[in-house]
Design a protein around this ligand. Structure first.
Ligand code: SF4
Ligand code: SF4
Length: 357
């Protein structure tokens, strides 16, 4: 059975991370000569729940990753904001504290504008034939995945699996994953404030006389407008097509796990917000901070993360201890689907043993 190691929130310090990560330190292949990626999410501008730079530094130090052979990295996104192109993204990461000399350099993984790709052929039991991943993976020898566990608009929750699948995808891969999920406008709720238009990086929202309308051909399905609408006028249908999104995301995660050696996945169960680090307003935490998990298996660590959040008492009127907090917020988006698909296609196992360090 796979071990998922647990560091209590009260033990979050350098010593704690050394205990948490000690079994994985020697698993990085020739880290003095090879190149090691530290996959992070430095947070969208205005977001405050991303994993702070000093905590990432604890991981780099605990794994003894040499600064001259390691780099922090992430991919560009489909929507407007400061993560759409590499120069803007690097300055945002710098503004959020991810900078030398405290940490290895932050390098964007999919080129200047997200078009630099590394194709990875997926096994024949997947519905996707090739995962279009970030080009940096072609030359990356080792990687550590540093993920924030929290709610997610389309996937129910986001942890290691989502970080692998969406987080390593080049723009075309992100587009492929989202393309089955197109939002629609409930015209009766629309006040024509045009906030959605201002964030749509694809110019996919047209103004009509009393409402706006999404052009399905131009829409990439990034979901940014849903979050931005102040009246809840933009929705998506949770149907077979949304399950297609989840399936593609998990298949991409398998592709990323095949593209490089990933000795350890780290999930932070702090600031467990309803929405993800791509959002400018991610909302207040659902439960108290829990701690940090580490495992060699992305499915096991997400299962353990979900189980710990489910077991926790809510901070507001969310689901009681023992009930799924993410399903309570979005009853039509069951994140368990990620875990079921992940196990089915061979990404990892749901069964685990929790080891408190
Ligand atoms: S319409 Fe919404 S989901 Fe579609 S591309 Fe624009 S912001 Fe993204
Ligand atoms: S943000 Fe919402 S209310 Fe404002 S124009 Fe867009 S759909 Fe209408």
């Amino acid at each position: 059975m796979i071990d998922v190691r647990f560091l209590d929130v009260k033990q979050i310090n350098q010593n704690g991370f050394e205990k948490l990560l000690s079994p994985y330190k020697s698993k990085f292949q020739d880290k003095d000569n090879n190149l090691t990626a530290v996959k992070i999410h430095p947070g969208e501008e205005g977001n405050s729940s991303y994993i702070p730079a000093p905590l990432v530094k604890h991981i780099v130090e605990a794994l003894e990753l040499p600064y001259r052979r390691s780099f922090l990295t992430d991919t560009t996104v489909l929507y407007g904001g400061r993560r759409m192109t590499a120069p803007d993204y690097v300055t945002l990461a710098y503004d959020h504290g991810f900078r030398m000399p405290d940490l290895p350099p932050f390098i964007v993984a999919d080129g200047l504008t997200g078009t630099d790709e590394f194709p990875v052929k997926l096994p024949s039991h997947c519905t996707t034939t090739t995962a279009r991943l970030a080009s940096i993976l072609a030359r990356t020898d080792n990687a550590v995945m540093v993920s924030h566990f929290k709610g997610h608009l389309l996937a129910g929750f986001g942890g290691s699996i989502k970080h692998l699948g969406m987080g390593w995808a080049a723009k075309a891969g992100k587009l492929y994953q989202h393309s089955s999920v197109k939002p629609f406008v409930k015209s009766k709720k629309c006040t024509l404030c045009k906030a959605c238009i201002s964030v749509c990086g694809s110019s996919a929202i047209d103004t009509l006389e009393k409402t706006v309308q999404i052009n399905e051909q131009r829409c990439t399905g990034c979901g940014e407008c849903i979050q931005r609408c102040p009246t809840g006028a933009i929705g998506i249908s949770w149907n077979q097509e949304s399950l297609t999104f989840m399936n593609r995301m998990v298949e991409y995660a398998l592709g990323a796990s095949m593209a490089t050696t990933i000795p350890v996945y780290v999930n932070f169960l702090i600031n467990i917000s309803p929405d993800c680090d791509c959002m400018r307003n991610e909302g207040p935490p659902l439960v108290k901070d829990i701690g940090v998990l580490a495992s060699s298996d992305p499915v096991a660590i997400d299962q353990a993360s979900l189980d710990l959040v489910t077991a926790a008492s809510p901070l507001d009127d969310n689901a009681a201890a023992g009930f799924d907090k993410f399903l309570k917020i979005r009853p039509d988006r069951d994140g368990n689907e990620q875990l079921r698909i992940g196990e089915k296609i061979g990404l990892g196992k749901r069964e685990y043993r929790l080891v408190t360090v």
